[in-house]
Design a protein around this ligand. Structure first.
Ligand code: SAM
Length: 288
């Protein structure tokens, strides 16, 4: 079977197997060939790469990835898709389908088993109900990863990619940009999927940084400070930091801001990555 990214082929396969879409599993299958090429091209896969795909669906993206990669490891939660994948990918011998929940998968074990000597690339049209948990698990658990090229809701892509002092900039932007360089590489309208999702989508490329360019005394504290800074968007940094999380009160906030040389009257959303790092490191000294 060749290219699966068409309305007709996808509908034919789905009806042949009497497959019913489960909305709660985020099942919106890609039927747009152009968007499919954009995803695969921006992943820059070579013949030595192991690709991890989350949610192969009927195998549309899986198949294209398998032409470029050494191997594709696809994790699919829905057992009803397994017989379909056996047919649509029957002629490909470098694909392994694992019937499992990605959130319950031991990611280090997975990489160790299939690519012990080389970092993997993640490429996926993600189930939207768990976009952020999936991204953050790969990053926070420091899975040996080169890039993630993922289709997600447009709004979430904009938040991940946002720069300081914009409405989309928030703790998610800082958390992901701490680990990765980010770039929105494609847009996908609702009509690119069957069934059509309620939101527009975008493909974002996350390139894991070799060098983060900042030194942190305590990484957990950094994330705590970032969350606190964004906890009250309309209040000053001093106010937000004084009243949220496990980082002390007003006194500690004043001292940390002074050490970091940051104006207490600013809003949290104006701070860039380096300023957040200075503030977190100042807190590490104050709270010690
Ligand atoms: N890759 C296919 C495509 O582009 O047409 C399907 C993408 S669809 C947006 C998301 C897929 O993720 C579905 O096949 C769904 O069953 C699967 N999925 C949902 N939750 C999952 C989970 N927790 N673990 C693994 N797969 C999951």
């Amino acid at each position: 079977m060749n290219n699966l990214a068409s309305h007709k082929i996808t509908k034919d396969i789905v009806s042949k197997y009497g497959f019913r879409f489960t909305k709660s599993l985020g099942q919106n299958f890609l039927v747009d060939e152009h968007v499919l090429s954009q995803i695969v091209d921006s992943a820059e896969i070579d013949s030595e790469d192991t690709v991890i795909e989350i949610g192969p669906g009927i195998g549309t993206l899986t198949r294209e990835l398998s032409y470029r990669a050494k191997q594709v490891i696809s994790i699919e939660i829905d057992k009803n898709l397994i017989p379909i994948l056996s047919e649509t990918l029957a002629d490909r011998d470098n694909i392994k389908i694992i019937n499992q929940d990605i959130l319950k998968t031991d990611l280090h074990e997975l990489v160790n088993e299939f690519s012990p000597d080389r970092k993997v690339k993640v490429v996926a049209n993600l189930p939207y109900y768990i976009t952020t948990p999936i991204i953050m698990r790969f990053l926070e658990e420091k899975v040996p990863l080169k890039t993630m090229v993922i289709m997600i809701q447009k709004e979430v892509a904009n938040r991940i990619n946002a720069v300081p002092s914009t409405k989309d900039y928030g703790s998610l932007s800082v958390a992901v940009q701490y680990y990765c360089d980010t770039d929105i590489v494609a847009k996908a309208p609702k009509g690119a999927f069957i069934p059509e999702p309620g939101v527009d989508s975008a493909v974002i490329k996350l390139e894991v940084k070799e060098d983060k360019g900042i030194e942190l005394i305590d990484e957990d504290l950094f994330f705590e400070v970032v969350k606190a800074a964004f906890s009250k968007r309309r209040k000053t940094l001093l106010n937000a930091l004084s009243t949220f999380g496990n980082i002390g009160g007003k006194q500690e906030a004043k001292m940390a801001l002074e050490i970091a040389n940051i104006d207490a009257q600013l809003r949290g959303e104006t701070l860039d990555m380096k300023q957040f790092a200075s503030l977190a490191n100042a807190y590490a000294k104050v709270l010690n």
